[in-house]
Design a protein around this ligand. Sequence first.
Ligand SMILES: O=C(NC/C=C/[C@H]1OC[C@H](O)[C@@H]1O)c1cc([N+](=O)[O-])cc(O)c1O
Ligand SMILES: [Mg+2]
Length: 217
Amino acid sequence: KGTTREQRALKYLKEHARQGDPDSVLETFDEFCRTQEWAMNAAEEKGDILDEIVRELQPTTCLELGTYCGYSAVRIARNLSPSARLITIEVNPDYAAVAREVVKLAGLQDKIEVINLDSADVIRELKTKYDVTKLDLVFLDHWKYLYIRDIKLIEEEKLLKKGSVVFADNVIIPGAPGYLEYIRGSKNYKSTFYSVHFEYMDDMKDGVEKSVYIGDE
Ligand SMILES: O=C(NC/C=C/[C@H]1OC[C@H](O)[C@@H]1O)c1cc([N+](=O)[O-])cc(O)c1O
Ligand SMILES: [Mg+2]
């Protein structure tokens, strides 16, 4: 009976992590990826930067594109204030199913909504269907070639306000050249690049880009 890597990870989390404890879920997931099977989580180093952004920004409404198994969703939500929430979009139904289980295991189902749809379709409906006014934090971690499409859509929908943070994973590996050129060339953002290790690979370098929106609302 063939299981997927994501199903094996979930099984490991259910067997080894403390129910209702987000920190334990994250630590256990990192342990799984270092000792059993690699997976494309943001992991410790990128996660620390994400933690720092969330703690400093104290966002009320967060959007994540590319849930995968929910590692970064749990990472973000564990630091959110009581009324704050995270909407995370995952187009792959198998990943979304695992992510929902991981979110439940972490006890964060009241703060995280996992949506199994295409990101563009959801972004167009955030204001009307998902009761969103503005996005304080956006985490881009889905298909790399879609970062530029979706950030333009988010701007078109006027979902950003001065101070909103757009945080992008993998700008070096696999890379998002079009996105980097766009966001660094835009007068509406102040961007900072962080050189970090690629998830769970201490001898590989990746990069993340933090962009603060300073444009028109
Ligand atoms: O494609 C990546 N993320 C986007 C995920 C894409 C998957 O989720 C939606 C779609 O069904 C696809 O299967 C990615 C890829 C690598 N990588 O090493 O190839 C590393 C990362 O951190 C990544 O976020
Ligand atoms: Mg990634």
